[in-house]
Design a protein around this ligand. Sequence first.
Ligand SMILES: NC(=O)c1ccc[n+]([C@@H]2O[C@H](COP(=O)([O-])OP(=O)(O)OC[C@H]3O[C@@H](n4cnc5c(N)ncnc54)[C@H](O)[C@@H]3O)[C@@H](O)[C@H]2O)c1
Length: 427
Amino acid sequence: MNDEIRIAVIGLGYVGLPLARLFATKYPVVGFDINKTRVDQLKNGHDRTLEVDDEILQAVLVTSRTADKSGLYCSSLIEDIAHCNYYIITVPTPIDKNNRPDLNPLYKSSETVGTVLKERDIVIYESTVYPGATEEECVPVLEKFSGLQFNEGFFVGYSPERINPGDKEHTVEKILKVTAGSTPEIGVKVDALYKNVITAGTHLAPTIKVAEAAKVIENSQRDINIAFVNELAKIFNKMDINTHDVLEAAATKWNFLPFKPGLVGGHCIGVDPYYLAQKAEEVGYHPEIILAGRRLNDTMGKYVASEVIKLMVQHDLKIKGANILVLGITFKEDCPDVRNTKVVDVVRELQEYGSKITIYDPLASPEEVAHEYGLETIQTLPTQKYDAVILTVAHAPFLSIDLNTLKNEGAVVYDVKGVLNDVDGKL
Ligand SMILES: NC(=O)c1ccc[n+]([C@@H]2O[C@H](COP(=O)([O-])OP(=O)(O)OC[C@H]3O[C@@H](n4cnc5c(N)ncnc54)[C@H](O)[C@@H]3O)[C@@H](O)[C@H]2O)c1
């Protein structure tokens, strides 16, 4: 163990906790979060995001802060991170109601770190941002609160996170990590730090801006590609052609990209392109493709609802007062995260037609959904029958449900994810 490295991970969410746990296998790590409930849950050995299994978390937890033994100590007290020399910031980077980047969590966490920053410390940002944000927005806050000078008193790095929540195969150590530093020497140091724990290896980018840009375009590229297949789905549905059959046939060519249509929610793919778009506007370029992709993907919830309504009319079902079961409210499969889920758009649109919606999701927290969206969800499969069943999220347990037990006579089954057989409609 290297006894000169003492790491603080700031923000113990989907990104921060797996990273803190991984570093804690080799270094003394303090996981810091302003959410005391989250810290208490972690101290008790449970991760409600399900990204780190309880036994794996418990294996690294330590009950008192140490500077010379590996392990993870969780805290919401600033004094507990004062002795560290590497600060890794993994706080959220959301958008506001006008789709503009909201950098407040980055400013606040930079303030916190600034107050404890010491000569030669390194602050590494992992949050997804637009190119330039680390040096233009975060560094001045660090300078102001530490009284130290950038690249003299303290240094900065950037290493974007690429994890895929709910994915138990591509875990943090198995994903090659891009790294960068505010000077060439610091780049090498930051890269070496990650190399020690990331088994997939690292890629040292020439500058922080390059690393920031690389991350934001990864997600923007996915967004645009999904928008393209969503557009295809809209076209092919009008022509009565099964989009999934078309994609399967096209994918037999070696260079065809296998994207699928769907609802693009969450806080990455549906958010990050707005960061890039904002910066593009700032430098005098109006992004067309990036924003067109966003617009198209943001309309898919309404589109799904209208397709279901059409099918119900064709089945002579009364829409007003119809009982509709929605399977899944999270933004993606096998993950409890409900932030920015586009299933809500489907539900709201159907509610406007006067249909009664039941949402079944065994993974989502009913309290969180009620708090975020004012919607009720249930965690056990209902026993009543419905006029329509919509599979919106492909959680593993949904794939073995016998939908016949949930259908009224003539009921419609609609599959947003293209994973069910024998359905009336697919996206
Ligand atoms: N979740 C993903 O799949 C994913 C993947 C790659 C990159 N990212 C990026 O990583 C960043 C973090 O995302 P996340 O999903 O882990 O977010 P998250 O909301 O799950 O976790 C963030 C944590 O930071 C804490 N926090 C907020 N402000 C803080 C502050 N000032 N000081 C200390 N703690 C603070 C919150 O309480 C929360 O526990 C974002 O920029 C996101 O875009 C996320």
